[in-house]
Design a binder for this molecule. Structure first.
Ligand SMILES: C=CC1=C(C)c2cc3[nH]c(cc4nc(cc5[nH]c(cc1n2)c(C)c5CCC(=O)O)C(CCC(=O)O)=C4C)c(C)c3C=C
Ligand SMILES: [Fe+2]
Ligand SMILES: [Fe+2]
Length: 361
């Protein structure tokens, strides 16, 4: 075990704070091969993500992947990079600020809301240290993935626990595991689709594309596949879609192994060849647009659909800063803060105020 680090000096009689830490995957610092290399190295060295024996993978990663992929990925990132930076970082930052505003408006006091990235910057460890310095003694961790996967949620939590391992004065901790069937999240998705239909008319089909994972992780007990299907079913029910009016598929296959199916590329090809005239495409497993949605689905996916004879291809943006999603995220956080929440009319707060005024008066 690592040696615990020094902490801010212990203070008597101060009001401890509650921290809410949002965690997303992470993104390179710039859309360049130079910035992609350390980001991909950190990401693809994670044994929650790549389960190949360590020595063999080290050779493949350092000998082949880190020599070829950074340049190719940098070109893709360059095609989606905005003046504010990487879309994933921009949306996560805005979501964190808007969540803080909403929790403050709901009367929650002594909260510190921040975000971190599992890979790259801002790192989980640096943000957690900052929270401790601000007096955070209770911590709620919210990985921004609706569906649980070992390669997304669990590794984000691993990183939190790795940081806690070195803390001398550890905060109390709670973690959110998933919210794939949380009604306000499903409602926010449904309203996003309805707004798109209102503006553009209804498509013939709705394709819900989720990030894929290797097939063997399903066989070994990872619930991700089932949680994606459940989100798909709940959203379709809410939108009153019959089974033939929507498809669920899995994108972003990495490497040669089999991943969970159907693959989004195959579904897009089949829908195009079947003569689909108007296709609506969305990515419910990503709460913010990123490389995987903007480049792979909105751009590459469109090309695949059109070159195979498909009609109109309409990409529906992720939830991003949508007010219904911010309401859902606020509700999720409030639910998980239950018992920790300090609103002005909270009985413990009232007692504390009475004590303080007694002591001062
Ligand atoms: C939605 C949850 C995600 C799961 C589950 C997931 C699993 C997973 N991913 C890879 C490999 C790559 N993913 C990459 C990008 C990426 N992945 C997610 C989310 C999940 N990944 C997001 C949000 C992003 C976009 C990041 C951004 O900056 O916008 C990449 C990097 C890009 C590239 O070079 O193609 C890789 C690589 C594996 C192997 C995996 C499960 C085992
Ligand atoms: Fe990924
Ligand atoms: Fe991708």
């Amino acid at each position: 075990m690592a040696v615990p680090l020094a902490e801010p000096a212990f203070r008597h009689s101060y009001t401890p704070k509650t921290g809410v830490l949002l965690i997303n995957l992470g993104t390179p610092d710039a859309p360049t091969a130079k910035a992609l290399r350390p980001y991909l190295k950190q990401f693809l060295s994670d044994q929650r993500v790549i389960e190949i024996p360590k020595a063999l993978w080290w050779l493949i990663l350092n000998g082949i992947i880190l020599n070829l992929r950074p340049r190719k990925s940098a070109e893709k990132y360059a095609s989606i990079w905005s003046s504010e930076g990487s879309p994933l970082l921009v949306h996560t930052r805005k979501q964190s600020q808007l969540l803080a505003d909403k929790l403050a408006a709901a009367g929650l006091e002594n909260l510190v809301v921040d975000f971190a990235m599992r890979y790259g910057n801002p790192s989980v460890d640096s943000v957690l240290r900052g929270m401790r310095e601000q007096g955070v003694e209770r911590l709620l961790v919210v990985p921004l993935y609706p569906q649980y996967a070992g390669s997304s949620v669990a590794t984000a939590l691993d990183e939190v626990f790795r940081s806690l391992l070195r803390m001398r004065n550890m905060p109390e901790i709670r973690t959110v595991r998933h919210f794939h069937d949380f009604p306000p999240y499903i409602e926010a998705l449904a309203r996003q689709v309805e707004a798109h239909w209102q503006a553009n008319g209804r498509g013939d089909k709705l394709l819900m594309s989720f990030h894929g994972v290797p097939r063997f992780t399903l066989d070994k007990g990872d619930p991700y596949h089932c949680e994606c299907l459940k989100t798909g079913r709940l959203l379709a029910e809410r939108l009153q879609l019959d089974r033939e009016q929507y498809e669920v598929a899995f994108q972003s296959r990495f490497g040669k192994a089999e991943w969970i199916k159907p693959y989004t590329v195959d579904t897009l090809t089949a829908l195009a060849k079947a003569g689909t005239q108007k296709l609506d495409v969305m990515c419910p497993g990503f709460v913010g647009d990123c490389l995987e949605t903007l480049e792979e689905i909105a751009m590459e996916g469109k090309e695949i659909f059109l070159t195979n004879g498909g009609g109109e291809y309409r990409y529906i943006p992720c939830l991003n800063e949508d007010p219904n999603w911010l309401d859902a995220l606020t509700a999720l956080v409030q639910q998980h803060l239950g018992g920790w929440i300090t609103t002005p009319d909270d009985p413990v707060q009232r007692f504390q105020r009475a004590q303080d005024s007694g002591a001062n008066g």
